[in-house]
Design a protein around this ligand. Structure first.
Ligand SMILES: Nc1ncnc2c1ncn2[C@@H]1O[C@H](COP(=O)(O)OP(=O)(O)O)[C@@H](O)[C@H]1O
Ligand SMILES: [Mg+2]
Length: 342
């Protein structure tokens, strides 16, 4: 059992993105009146993790735990209060005025939850997919742009007949394919997928997850894959980050997190996922989470999860637990009750 230094994972030469102790806070009205003042909502509260070249990191946690805010903060779209985001060893999102997101804007792309809403309804598929090539000021000949758009469309399972159509003519799954083509056309290194299949029919979800997984392998892409569905995250991720109330509870190799979940929150999340075999399913013990996720306006003292944790003791209220590494693959777990299980 070793206490991890916050920067230790960023020394790995394969690291593309490194997030250290990142905090994002929103000022929200305290009461119904303007004179009631503002309260601080801690949407992301000291998150550290990294993404390596060519790997998929799955980000899970209940709705409202700060997944989208973390994703947005990485590309400079959320108010960072403190901490750092490094891209290829260059600080990109800093507190205050000195931010440099130019490199990040080209290297990192996003795919959103609602495919139709994220595509401009007045543009054709060709215009939508080619837009990143034009806005990055790259001097690419028209014929080249067309060729690249068509190659990309074919890669995501669409074809030349779709070029002149508009988003409303497509199904949700097809729109998401267009969104993926648009994100990939500029050859980014990291794609942040914020719940990319949550709004799709279950039958379509697997197709899109498989497409993303194939593209990740073919293009050696890195993905940060946000979802609240643990089965979806298991299918696509190499490493998994479990968040609760703006903090990291557990971060490690997928096989480790799913096979030997250590944090009580990870265990509770996993035990809520039904097993397809009814006999096995009936024999399982479900760890039910008590109560509701606490408010990020007034998180519990110490461990944020302690108010719902079956293993909580008095000491859990004293301090925010440090991430400690466990096991052969060095899974980081923020819980004082987890002993050395290596
Ligand atoms: N622009 C904003 N202003 C105020 N609060 C926000 C804003 N964006 C998100 N939040 C709050 O931050 C918390 C985390 O939200 P979010 O990142 O969307 O969670 P998730 O994506 O995990 O569902 C929530 O409590 C949400 O209400
Ligand atoms: Mg979200």
């Amino acid at each position: 059992m070793n206490a991890t230094s916050i920067a230790s994972h960023s020394l790995d030469p394969a690291t593309l993105l490194s997030v250290d102790n990142l905090k994002v806070q929103f000022g929200v009205p305290r009461g119904g009146f303007p004179w009631s003042g503002k309260a601080t909502l801690r949407a992301v509260d000291g998150v550290s993790f990294s993404v390596r070249r060519g790997e998929t990191v799955g980000l899970v946690g209940e709705s409202g735990c700060g997944k989208s805010t973390l994703a947005r903060a990485i590309i400079g779209l959320a108010p960072v209060a403190s901490g750092s985001v490094r891209w290829l060893d260059k600080e990109t999102v800093l507190t205050g005025a000195q931010r440099d997101t130019s490199r990040l804007r080209r290297d990192v792309q996003m795919i959103f939850q609602d495919p139709l809403a994220s595509l401009d309804p007045r543009m054709t598929i060709e215009q939508i997919v080619s837009e990143p090539l034009r806005t990055h000021g790259q001097d690419i000949a028209r014929a080249d742009v067309q060729r690249r758009v068509l190659t990309m469309l074919e890669r995501v399972g669409l074809n030349a007949q779709h070029l002149r159509r508009y988003p409303h003519e497509f199904s949700g799954g097809q729109c998401q394919r267009v969104g993926i083509a648009r994100a990939l056309i500029g050859e980014p290194q990291l794609v942040i997928c914020d719940e990319p299949v949550s709004a799709l029919d279950v039958s379509i979800q697997a197709q899109i997850v498989n497409l993303l997984r194939d593209l990740q392998r073919e293009l050696s892409l890195s993905l940060l894959f946000v979802a609240h569905d643990l089965a979806v995250v298991k299918a696509i991720s190499h490493r998994v980050l479990v968040m609760y109330l703006g903090r990291v509870m557990e971060f490690g190799d997928k096989r480790d997190v799913y096979g030997t979940p250590r944090h009580p929150y990870t265990r509770a999340l996993l035990s809520a996922v039904p097993v397809p075999d009814p006999v096995v399913e009936r024999a399982r013990r479900h760890l039910l989470l008590r109560g509701e996720i606490a408010s990020p306006l007034s998180p519990p003292s110490g461990c944020a999860f302690r108010t719902r944790c079956p293993d909580a003791i008095e000491a859990c209220a004293n301090e925010i637990p440090q991430a400690v590494t466990h096991g052969a693959s060095a899974t980081r777990v923020a819980c004082i009750r987890v002993g050395d299980a290596a």
